[in-house]
Each structure stands twice: as structure tokens, then as C-alpha cells.
Design a protein around this ligand. Structure first.
Ligand SMILES: Cc1ncc(COP(=O)(O)O)c(C=O)c1O
Length: 309
């Protein structure tokens, strides 16, 4: 791996020195202000969405569940026959380097691997070198108002792509059907959209997993229903098990969401968001009791991770 230059010497002139709170980018072993990072217009990540990514939170200077994110990234790259030049140790080091260079202690990392520059045809064989970069930025937190009143969801008419079209376990740069679902939510004045799979069962949100509570049991669709195997989802399942909350990974229909006692969303950026209504059906409890319990446990875990040595 190329050694990085110290951030401030990588800048051209004193007036380009790092502004407080500035987003940074790690690219090919070099740290720079994110505004200076450049990608080729011939990059197949841009031309065809050919690439993968991870969104990773860091709290008080410590990345949260970094190894789980790196494992998922490696599996996504293998599924796409995308060979990256950096191994786990080098990527771990790069993540720690960029966090150390940030002026803010807590924020969000976007680790992206693209197929890299190639010819204008889509054949990946024309792309000799994948591009790897990491952006570090402060997180635009979920609207306080949404956290307090709960998110209003719609069920989108846009479906999750079938697994035999694009396996949901690949966290790819292809989010167009999720974006179409999000556009539906925006037009409906909702906060988020739920995508169904081809069979009409619940898959996930546009960038989050979905949980409901019924008669004290926590229910969530298994990834095979078309959901990303979310890392926050996994943490919540572990926390529920520790707390003795019964959990079932089971297929869910829209009916199950409409008639749930509680519903919430999970994701790296979202953390845990309570849901107030789905397609105009108000849920009886928002935020619900199990949500509050799990949210407190999640905050405690995050706080602990921020204090990790
Ligand atoms: C489609 C989708 N589902 C679920 C999630 C939540 O996954 P995680 O908890 O790993 O962030 C994400 C996160 O980006 C996502 O993009």
C-alpha cells in the first residue's frame, strides 16, 4: 500500500488547509479533502453502477463493527469478481488513518470499490484496476422530529429486484429501484418507503431493515426475502436475544406491518427509527416499549464501542 502523506502537506497552498468539519477522502493510500478527490469519467462504477460499498459509523474515534463491514465488502467484491489491491489489514489501517485525520470524533465513512476506468463498453475485462476510496464526513442525522413523532412509511409500488436478478446480499452501487421507491415516498409526503419482493412480501426499506413487534415477539424478514443482511439488524437481533426478547426471522406481508403493535427501522445511518404509520395506518405504540428497550441497549453498546481501547 502506498504510504499516505500527512494531510496538511498533501494540500497545495495554505488557503486550502483543512477547514474545520471538512469531509476527507482516502484514495490510493493518500488522504485529501474530499472536494479534491477525483474519479475518471470512464470509471465503470459511474458508467454502469459496477461496484460495491459499505457505510460505516464511527463513534468517538472508533469504527463500529468494522470487521463485519469489511467481511461483507469482501463477499460483495467476490460475488462481482472484483479484485481489490488492498487486504483486510490495509483497509483496516486506512479506516483508522482517515478517522485519525478527521477534526470530528464521530461521523460516517463511505468505503467504495468501483470496477475502475475502462473502455465505454460494459465488459469489466477492460478495467484493469478497481478504484478504492473512503469518504469521511459528519453524518446528516435523522431529523429529530422524525425520531420524536416516528417515521411515516409507505409501501412502494417499486419492488426489490429478485435475487436471481441481483442477490440482495451484494451491497452494490445499483440503488435505482430503491431510489424509485424513495421518490414515491417523497411524492406521498412520507419519510421512507418499504419495498416488497416479487411475491408481495416485505423485503426492506430503501436503506434500512424493518422490524415489527407482535404480542411481545420481535419479527423481521430473513435476508432470503430480499433484504440486505444488515449489520445493525444483526446487532439488534443479538441485543434482543441478550434481553430475553423472543425473536423470529419470518416472512411478513403488508398486513403484518399494518396490524403490528410496534414497527421500527434499522441501519448504519438510521440506527433505530420508530415507525408511526404505514400507508396511513397509525400503529398503536410509537415509540413502542420494545423499541425503547432496544434503542437504549443500542446506545449503551455504541457508547462502549466509543470507549474501546
Ligand atoms: C438496502 C439496505 N438495506 C439495509 C441496510 C442496513 O444495513 P446496515 O445496518 O448494515 O447499515 C442498508 C444500509 O445501507 C441498505 O442500503
Amino acid at each position: 500500500m502506498r504510504r499516505q502523506r500527512p494531510l496538511d502537506t498533501a494540500l497545495d497552498s495554505p488557503d486550502q488547509r483543512r477547514a474545520p468539519e471538512q469531509a476527507l477522502c482516502w484514495m490510493n493510500g493518500e488522504l485529501m479533502p474530499a472536494s479534491r478527490a477525483r474519479i475518471s469519467v470512464f470509471d465503470h462504477g459511474l458508467l454502469y453502477g459496477d461496484g460495491v460499498f459499505e457505510g460505516i459509523r464511527f463513534y468517538d474515534g472508533h469504527p463500529f463493527r468494522l470487521q463485519e463491514h469489511l467481511q461483507r465488502l469482501v463477499l460483495s467484491t467476490r460475488a462481482l469478481a472484483l479484485r481489490i489491491l488492498y487486504d483486510n489489514h490495509e483497509l483496516t489501517e486506512a479506516v483508522h488513518d482517515i478517522i485519525a485525520a478527521c477534526t470530528f470524533g464521530s461521523g460516517y465513512l463511505r468505503l467504495v470499490v468501483t470496477r475502475g476506468p475502462g473502455a465505454l463498453g460494459l465488459d469489466p475485462a477492460s478495467c484493469p484496476r478497481p478504484e478504492v476510496f473512503i469518504i469521511a464526513d459528519r453524518l446528516r442525522l435523522v431529523d429529530e422530529q422524525v425520531l420524536e413523532r416516528g417515521a411515516r412509511l409507505i409501501i412502494a409500488s417499486t419492488r426489490r429486484l429478485p435475487a436471481d436478478g441481483l442477490d440482495p446480499r451484494i451491497k452494490s452501487l445499483n440503488y435505482l429501484n430503491h431510489i424509485l421507491a424513495r421518490i414515491e415516498a417523497n411524492h406521498a409526503g412520507a419519510d421512507e418507503a418499504i419495498l416488497l419482493n416479487g411475491a408481495g412480501r416485505v423485503a426492506e426499506g430503501t436503506a434500512d431493515n424493518v422490524f415489527i413487534v407482535r404480542h411481545g415477539v420481535l419479527l423481521t424478514p430473513p435476508p432470503v426475502e430480499g433484504a440486505l443482511a444488515g449489520i445493525t439488524r444483526q446487532v439488534v437481533l443479538e441485543l434482543a436475544q441478550e434481553a430475553g426478547i423472543p425473536v423470529r426471522e419470518t416472512p411478513l406481508a403488508p398486513y403484518d406491518l399494518y396490524t403490528a403493535d410496534e414497527c421500527f427501522l434499522t441501519g448504519t445511518a438510521a440506527e433505530l427509527i420508530p415507525v408511526a404509520s404505514i400507508d396511513g395506518r397509525a400503529l398503536p405504540r410509537c415509540p413502542g416499549m420494545l423499541y425503547r428497550d432496544l434503542q437504549q441497549r443500542f446506545s449503551a453498546l455504541v457508547e462502549l464501542s466509543g470507549r474501546a481501547p
